[in-house]
Write a protein that binds this ligand. Structure first.
Ligand SMILES: O=C([O-])C(=O)C[C@H](O)[C@@H](O)C(=O)[O-]
Ligand SMILES: [Mg+2]
Length: 431
């Protein structure tokens, strides 16, 4: 049977999804956060889906990129990078500074392009898999495990969004002290069976966060624990925290900002350091590895440029004896499926991956993905193995259309100003 895998249509659907009031060093999550859902349609009428960041700068790039894809083959994954290079990035969107709002490292034109390419790569793989009757993991060379382990992503959190803003109510309650963090962790284990825990730090003074991790260690003895203040600490503070928690930490994630500071910390502690901030592009690998600044890289297919680039990153890490795991930013089920497929193909995945998915009460799928025993089963169904609920997608898109623009770009500091009008995102190191 001959198939026609020519892309005949590309649909871009920006949406706003409910997000609880999760705290980080920049501020607090907005009540709704933007995502972009990408759909490629082939001449045979097969649809493939991907998702990525939905902020304006990604949308502006995704539109001309999508226009260039019509007439190309879904098999032409390498060509996606060539097409991306042809799309101009507005320099004002890329200031070569750390992307503070997104807490995901340096911002460059290439990284912005890769963050868009990744959604289309996933969509093409989904369409290709559906056309061939093969799961995405098979297109990536095949799974080496049947389920992928995730960690409980704990956040300091308010019970409600501040100031009576429109929002969806969540049932997690507040967590602003060690007891609240432990309670949240218990609920994560009850609901999803997670056995390792990551606490998003950089919110309270380090001693309070040390106390929270100690409380977790007491409540869950022997379980892997991580703390991630997103570079909020000085080298000396990082060392103090590493020393105080050295017996219970699986790793410390981005305690200090940048490769130089991380290398300084790494030199003076035996606690492994992980990052999703100082190694976020292939160009950043050489210096970081040469200086032994990090022992674990948290990959993220969104900004590394897709699932195949993630495999390449894993191969580089393996070559240099650096561990690999997976970073997450607020995402929906399409991305969780993509993360699970690629993670299932990575041989040396020794750390549970991060996922925000449990925090997202809304999705665009007909059936949510499930965590069992802290793991997501790797689907063997064609493509990603998920089905998009078009009515739901339309509903969340309507919310985006109805927004006056204030929520279309994630801005945790602006969301914090609703509660605290004088708030500015703290300079780093904060402590
Ligand atoms: O590991 C990380 O740094 C993240 O997950 C970054 C995110 O932006 C996180 O801080 C958040 O959702 O607030
Ligand atoms: Mg991190």
């Amino acid at each position: 049977m001959t198939r026609n895998m020519t892309i005949t249509e590309v649909r871009l659907t920006p949406i706003l999804v409910a997000d609880p009031p999760l705290l980080n060093t920049q501020g607090v999550h907005q009540p709704y956060t933007p995502r972009l859902i990408v759909e490629v349609v082939t001449a045979d009428g097969i649809s493939g889906f991907g998702e990525t960041y939905g902020d304006g700068k990604y949308l502006e790039l995704a539109r001309p990129f999508a226009d260039r894809l019509v007439g190309r083959q879904v098999t032409d994954l390498n060509g996606l990078f060539t097409v991306a290079d042809e799309v101009a990035v507005d320099a004002a969107r890329v200031d070569n500074q750390v992307d503070v709002g997104g807490l995901r490292g340096v911002q460059t034109a290439d990284k912005l392009r890769l963050s868009v390419v990744s959604a289309f790569e996933v969509a093409c793989l989904d369409a290709l898999g559906k056309a061939l009757g093969l799961p995405v993991h098979a297109l990536l060379g095949g799974k080496v495990r049947d389920a992928v382990e995730y960690s409980a992503y704990l956040f300091y959190k308010w019970a409600d969004h501040p100031g009576g803003v429109a929002c969806e109510k969540d049932d997690w309650g507040a967590a602003v002290d060690p007891a609240g963090v432990v309670e949240q962790a218990r609920r994560f284990t009850e609901r999803y069976g997670f056995t390792s825990f990551k606490l998003k730090g950089g919110v309270f003074p380090p001693d309070e966060e040390i106390a929270a991790v100690r409380a977790l260690a007491e409540a869950f003895p022997g379980h892997p624990l991580r703390l991630d203040p997103n570079g909020a600490w000085s080298v000396e503070t990082s060392l103090k925290v590493a020393d105080a928690l050295s017996d219970v930490l699986e790793y410390l994630e981005d305690p200090a900002l940048g490769t130089a500071a991380m290398a300084d910390v790494s030199l003076r502690t035996d606690v492994p350091l992980a990052t999703n901030m100082c190694v976020t592009t292939f160009a950043e690998i050489k210096e970081a590895f040469a200086r032994d600044a990090v022992q674990v890289v948290l990959s993220d297919h969104h900004y590394w440029g897709g699932l195949r680039n993630t495999q390449q990153l894993a191969a580089v890490c393996r070559t240099f004896g650096v561990g690999v795991s997976m970073h997450s930013n607020t995402h929906l089920g399409i991305s969780l499926a993509a993360m699970t497929h690629v993670a299932s193909t990575v041989p040396d995945l020794h750390h549970a991956c991060d996922s925000h998915y449990p925090w997202q009460s809304e999705d665009v799928l007909t059936r949510r993905l499930a965590f069992e025993g802290g793991k997501v089963a790797v689907s063997d169904a064609p493509g990603l193995g998920v089905e998009v609920d078009r009515a739901r997608l339309e509903f969340l898109h309507r919310r985006w259309l109805d927004d006056d623009g204030s929520l279309r770009d994630r801005d945790d500091a602006a969301a914090m100003r609703v509660a605290d009008p004088g708030w500015v995102a703290p300079a780093v190191p904060r402590w």
